[in-house]
Design a protein around this ligand. Structure first.
Ligand code: SF4
Length: 267
């Protein structure tokens, strides 16, 4: 069987650096695939368009993949045959998967992994597929979890760390219009699994997306995070801004801040 070399491109700094470097080295690439979660940052969509142009100008096929339905459909509307009786009883057998949780990343599976795997399986009927995955050398835990036959990890082979990937992208003129100055990860803007710092910056720098996040949270049954709803997070960020202006501590471990937060949340 002939070889078919697919670059799995997420749009993030690591897979972008991998792709740009593979192209620079004139490595044979049969196709670049990118899977849209429907919830990328506007800057990310612009970045994807820019990379796509560069890829196609180099004569390489660029394919956009999407799940059959939107993120919102799976989150709010899909009927789920639930095994968890507690959820059925407590929330009156709700529709939709709701927010992802640490042990229930339905969106990664439904909107990305299943879509990519279905696409690659079709190609495997005719070719021996080699898939290039952009995992950085300092993400050891992800490498161990993901190694499988037919996959290559060029960033690991080159010993490129996440920071090196970002620097390389910047040096090639790809800067996501500053997205990485506010966020350590540039995946879905509505991800409940992102850090508190990322969420704080979403509130501060992306007010429209933040309002959308609040609307999403009001429409669904599962808590956004174990500790905060989106509305409660907003109260926390408002309190932090207020206290910073007054020169008061916002250290989450200080009793003073914790008391003020409890009061702000109506506790
Ligand atoms: S980034 Fe978050 S919201 Fe997006 S697919 Fe991954 S887990 Fe789901």
């Amino acid at each position: 069987m002939n070889e078919y070399r697919i670059v799995s491109f997420s749009g993030g700094k690591d897979s972008t650096a991998m792709l740009l470097r593979l192209m620079e080295l004139n490595e044979p690439i049969s196709e670049v695939i990118w899977c849209d979660t429907y919830k990328e940052f506007p800057e990310m969509y612009s970045h994807i368009a820019k990379v796509r142009k560069a890829v196609e100008n180099a004569g390489i096929k660029f394919t956009e993949l999407r799940a059959e339905h939107s993120f919102d459909y799976y989150m709010f509307e899909k009927y789920i045959d639930r095994k968890n009786v507690n959820v059925v009883e407590k929330y009156n057998d709700p529709l939709g998967y709701s927010w992802a949780g640490p042990r229930m990343r339905w969106c990664t599976r439904v909107l990305k992994l299943d879509v990519v795997s279905k696409y690659i399986k079709e190609i495997e009927k005719k070719y021996s597929v080699i898939q290039y995955i952009g995992i950085a050398a300092d993400e050891q835990y992800r490498i161990e979890r993901k190694i499988s036959v037919g996959q290559r990890h060029p960033l690991v082979e080159w010993n490129w760390t996440e920071q090196m990937c970002l620097d390389y992208c910047y040096s090639k003129g790809y800067d996501w219009n500053g997205l990485y100055t506010h966020f350590t990860r540039a995946s879905c803007w509505c991800c409940p699994l992102q850090s508190l710092d990322n969420l704080r910056n979403l509130y501060r720098f992306y007010p429209k997306l933040w309002d959308e996040l609040k609307d999403m949270d009001k429409k669904t049954w599962r808590n956004f995070r174990a500790d905060f709803t989106v509305e409660q997070l907003e109260k926390r960020f408002v309190l932090e801004n207020d206290r910073t202006e007054k020169g008061l501590t916002i250290n989450p471990h200080s009793a003073d801040f914790r008391t003020a937060l409890k009061y702000a949340l109506g506790g």
